[in-house]
Design a protein around this ligand. Structure first.
Ligand code: SAM
Ligand code: SF4
Length: 325
């Protein structure tokens, strides 16, 4: 068989593919739209799906409910920028009722107003993207982001007890001189910073991929810039990052999707804002779960899992904001 929904004794059935990879995590995109235009993610004149084509809150609840019943343990809400979706709270409220861990990835610009709500519904794991700690650079990378607002949101979230991680994509000649600053910020705040390799995703990568920096080079630069001693930290087997801490109190992760792909341990599926379930960030194809009857899932899911590549695909032209990063 190419893939299967494996029955397990007491626990919910596990979604697993033919290569033994168990699918436990779902990235749920609320929209392909965003108020930023990060140069590597979103073209200046991007067009977005019409609102009426997006999944309604009840559709998210139904689809994610079926997937959770088949073994998905974590729902990570993402986009585009999830907080620009007018039905953000309605969708999060319904997803929070499912028996799964709820997490959110956001650019942090419009997030602070939702923090109390997120805490109330139990969505306490936040990843916030901050590609530069310099306000001018941050504005140029994002085309409109305000660093003070984002750092203010992070401070407030930390005070409210959220589990926070900050994501920074590292680019040669743009922010690769800030690795030490991020490390010192992590030591000062106690918040983990994860440095991401620039992935060959979207229409922009062909033009700007000379900016790519591999994780090994980041680590060397980070040591030089900070003088910190990096000590490896154990992470779960399907973690996308490898992590270090330092005697100064910093916690620093690296997501080396290009130089050290983790496809063999990948446990992720992605649901687009229009209802397409994808088995891999690097593949544009998937199958729609919109309007699918509950008893048809066991027929469709193996076909989606069969689309999961065993090794790293070279590039994908569809942008991350469209797929659901
Ligand atoms: N708007 C939210 C945000 O920025 O956190 C959520 C969606 S965004 C697509 C999720 C993450 O993907 C961000 O951390 C962003 O920096 C990252 N990203 C987008 N395109 C990327 C690329 N080509 N390579 C690596 N990371 C990328
Ligand atoms: Fe928006 Fe996130 Fe893409 Fe930046 S990385 S344009 S914040 S979706």
């Amino acid at each position: 068989p190419t893939s299967a929904v494996l029955p397990a004794s007491a626990a919910p059935p596990r979604l697993a593919d033919a290569h033994g990879r168990v699918l436990r995590k779902l990235r749920v995109s609320l929209t392909d739209a965003c108020q930023y235009r990060c140069f590597y993610c979103m073209p200046e004149h991007a067009t977005f799906s019409r609102p009426e084509t997006l999944l309604r809150p009840d559709e998210y609840h139904a689809i994610c409910g079926e997937l959770v019943a088949r073994g998905i343990e974590e729902l990570r809400i993402t986009g585009g920028e999830p907080t620009v979706r007018p039905e953000f709270r309605a969708i999060v409220t319904l997803l929070a009722q499912l028996p799964a861990r709820l997490a959110l990835t956001s650019n942090g610009q419009l997030l602070e107003r939702h923090l109390e709500f997120l805490k109330d519904v139990g969505c306490t794991r936040l990843n916030i993207s901050v590609d530069s700690l310099d306000p001018g650079r941050f504005g140029r990378i994002t085309h409109g982001g305000d660093l003070r607002t984002v750092l203010g949101c992070i401070d407030r979230a930390a005070a409210l007890g959220f589990r926070l991680k900050v994501n920074a994509v590292v680019f040669r000649g743009i922010n690769d001189d800030e690795l030490g600053d991020f490390a010192r910020w992590s030591a000062a705040t106690g918040i983990e910073v994860r440095f991401l390799e620039y992935m060959k995703i979207g229409p922009e990568h062909a033009r700007t991929f000379e900016r790519f920096v591999a994780a090994d080079e980041m680590i060397a630069a980070l040591r030089t810039q900070s003088g910190f001693d990096l000590r490896p930290v154990a992470v779960p087997h399907d973690s996308t990052s490898f992590v270090f801490d330092t005697p100064e109190g910093a916690r620093l992760g690296f997501i080396a999707s290009e130089s050290k792909p983790f496809c063999g341990a990948c446990s992720r599926l992605r649901l687009s804002a229009t209802g397409v379930l994808r088995a891999c960030l690097m593949r544009e194809d998937g199958l729609s779960l919109r309007g699918v009857a509950p008893d048809a899932y066991d027929g469709i899911l193996p076909r989606v899992l069969a689309l999961k590549p065993t090794g790293r695909l070279h590039h994908v032209d569809q942008a991350m904001h469209e797929i659901g990063g």
